[in-house]
Design a binder for this molecule. Structure first.
Ligand SMILES: Nc1ncnc2c1ncn2[C@@H]1O[C@H](COP(=O)(O)OP(=O)(O)O)[C@@H](O)[C@H]1O
Ligand SMILES: [Mg+2]
Length: 473
């Protein structure tokens, strides 16, 4: 066979074969034995030429890669393709893997019978390692992004290309494909669109800036947004980091609120003191007048009860300002409520308002401060009356909620509280009334909390429902 090769191939081929910088081998077409190898191949695999010539192609190819699989053999033998290019792993003499680009072609005799395969082997290990490193780097980047506690969205020209798991949860999305291809502005609060569009996210590092995002369920969340220009899938893109700061913002608002509350308290104490002194004088002189002017007894009664009420409120404000030891006694809640209803009778009659009571019999007494609770019911009933300019009904339900608490509901047929204002109710000085103080509900909340109770307010354009639950002991 060798004889034939030499005869068939001119010196030129031999020289080209020997001196090629690429590894070359002639391989028998029927068994895969190495017939001839060049120096370059010996160098790639670190074998002596004489050693290689005793081996079969299978000996130097990685066991997981078949040397010349059936597909290659068939394509070449049938003449369908003259040569075949593929990647194969070779085994270096000392055992490590060499990545190679292998091309094979079949050489035939004059009659067209297969003589041998000629194979060129180019070492591409360095390229492969670099690719591997790149892939590992990408995977690591992916993992870091995926596991990040912050939401990450990658976008191009304002459209989302990628979102991580935290991002999905943050926006209340079920699957990644729910966002891919959509404009980021679908999730940004409309009021923030303009300001965000003015920023050049594509080219500049931006943030952190505070923005409002809208979740899939419509809930608005406060987020901190930071954007970084990046390359994603070979394209200019923007890497956006989104952190939910709603809780932080709520805490901040709470602190501001409690600051306000403190100021309100101090202010209330000051005012209450100032007003109480002249009021005492008025009350005193008024009582003296009463003895002389007997004929207008009814006016006197009304004025006296009004003055008493002003006094009580002033005292309440003082209590609020300087929380002190308040006495708690066992009292019947229905007695307290009935008392308050009587107090407000004139006002409700004047406004064509009917109060309907629905009180469960035999309610246990609760440990409370009577005056404070009266204040609570006065405030809520007053609000109910004020919301019903055209009259109507206020229903009061009192029942034993469970074994350890009593539930009081005050339901009016008033104008209701608009949904967007509902979370501001109870904020000190928040009022929608021309002559309102915006202190009523705040005081109630305070008193209810001091009684370890709970307050909830629901409202619709048909009316408002106040629910107070108070522990029995
Ligand atoms: N029953 C109700 N119906 C409608 N709006 C109410 C009701 N109760 C409270 N509000 C709203 O809550 C605001 C705050 O109430 P409040 O703290 O008692 O202060 P004020 O009554 O002085 O305004 C009111 O201005 C009103 O807008
Ligand atoms: Mg009020």
């Amino acid at each position: 066979m060798l004889e034939k090769i030499k005869l068939d191939h001119p010196q030129l081929f031999i020289q080209a074969f020997e001196n090629s910088a690429i590894g070359m081998a002639l391989i028998t077409s029927n068994g895969g034995d190495l017939l001839k190898v060049n120096q370059a191949l010996c160098q790639i695999l670190s074998y002596e030429k004489s050693e290689l010539l005793t081996l079969n192609i299978k000996d130097i190819i990685h066991p997981e890669d078949s040397a010349l699989d059936l597909h290659i053999i068939q394509t070449l033998q049938s003449g369908e393709q003259h040569s075949f290019l593929t990647e194969r792993r070779y085994i270096h003499k000392n055992g490590h893997t060499i990545w190679a680009l292998m091309s094979v072609s079949l050489v035939r005799d004059q009659q067209g019978n297969p003589l041998y395969y000629i194979s060129q082997i180019q070492d591409i290990t360095n390229r492969k390692l670099a690719e591997e490193k790149l892939r590992e780097g990408e995977e690591r980047y992916h993992r870091i992004v995926e596991e990040s506690p912050d939401g990450v969205i990658i976008m191009k020209e304002e459209r989302c290309l990628f979102i991580n798991q935290t991002g999905l949860e943050l926006l209340g999305l079920k699957q990644k494909r729910d966002i891919v291809g959509r404009p980021i502005y679908d999730f940004v609060h409309p009021d923030d669109h303009e300001r965000l569009k003015q920023r050049n996210m594509q080219n500049e590092l931006i943030g952190p800036i505070e923005k409002r995002f809208i979740r899939m369920d419509g809930k608005v969340i406060d987020v901190e947004l930071k954007t970084i220009p990046t390359i994603y899938q070979d394209q200019q893109a923007v890497h956006a980091i989104i952190r939910d700061v709603s809780n932080q913002k709520q805490t901040k608002d709470l602190i501001i609120n409690s600051e306000k509350l403190k100021i309100a308290g101090q202010l209330a104490a000051g005012i209450a003191h100032e007003v109480r002194n002249p009021l005492t004088a008025i009350k005193g002189f008024f009582q003296m007048m009463e003895k002389d002017l007997k004929e207008n007894q009814m006016y006197f009664d009304v004025i006296t009860s009004e003055i008493n009420r002003i006094e009580t409120i002033l005292n309440e404000l003082l209590v609020l300002a300087r929380p002190q030891e308040v006495k708690y006694d066992l009292k019947n809640i229905d007695t307290i409520v009935n008392h308050v209803i009587t107090l407000l009778k004139t006002q409700t009659n004047l406004n064509s308002i009917e109060i309907v009571k629905n009180i469960e019999p035999n309610l246990p007494p609760i440990k409370c401060n009577e005056n404070q609770l009266k204040q609570v019911f006065i405030n809520f009933l007053q609000n109910a009356v004020e919301s019903m300019s055209t009259g109507g009904r206020i229903s009061i339900y009192i029942r034993n909620q469970d074994s350890d608490s009593i539930c009081i509901q005050i339901i009016d047929q008033g104008s209701g509280i608009p949904a967007h204002l509902l979370n501001r109710i109870g904020e000190p000085f928040f009022t929608t009334k021309e002559h309102g103080t915006g202190l009523g509900i705040m005081i109630c909340k305070n008193i209810i909390e001091e009684h370890r109770g709970k307050l909830s307010i629901e409202s619709s354009p048909e009316g408002t429902q106040i629910e107070i639950s108070l522990p029995i002991v």
